[in-house]
Design a protein around this ligand. Sequence first.
Ligand SMILES: CC(C)(COP(=O)(O)OP(=O)(O)OC[C@H]1O[C@@H](n2cnc3c(N)ncnc32)[C@H](O)[C@@H]1OP(=O)(O)O)[C@@H](O)C(=O)NCCC(=O)NCCS
Length: 121
Amino acid sequence: MRGVNLIAYISVYHTANELEILNLGVASEERRRGFGRCLLETTLRVERKMGIEKAQLEVRESNHAAICLYQSCGFSKVGIRAHYYSDFGEDALIYACHFCSGSGSPGIIHAKNYCCKLENV
Ligand SMILES: CC(C)(COP(=O)(O)OP(=O)(O)OC[C@H]1O[C@@H](n2cnc3c(N)ncnc32)[C@H](O)[C@@H]1OP(=O)(O)O)[C@@H](O)C(=O)NCCC(=O)NCCS
């Protein structure tokens, strides 16, 4: 589509009561402005309403920015996939977030003003 710049995207896979976060990206010139957190938190909020009890993802062990984001959204390291990435053989860290059943809230910690626009998605 012409005239439209993609700022951020998230790609997820939903099975039964679990969510796999496949990828999350923010355009390099738009980073550190809250878009990554907004997308992740909004996705978790919507998916939580749909009944997921757990979200999981893999991240390169060198990806400090993404790891900080996931940890600040309630994810914890649950495992390692050794030499997972074929380019440099880097390990993948497995992060997961479990939600309390019936809480109605995904345990999202931070809510910023810009999330208000999306919270009814
Ligand atoms: C990871 C990524 C999605 C973060 O998006 P973002 O919009 O820049 O992140 P936000 O501005 O919402 O920041 C949210 C939190 O992430 C962490 N964070 C983001 N960038 C960081 C950096 N460069 N260094 C350290 N922490 C960082 C911080 O904890 C931050 O919270 P704070 O602003 O209160 O300190 C973005 O850096 C990106 O697209 N990276 C390339 C693609 C990628 O690695 N995707 C993840 C694949 S698993």
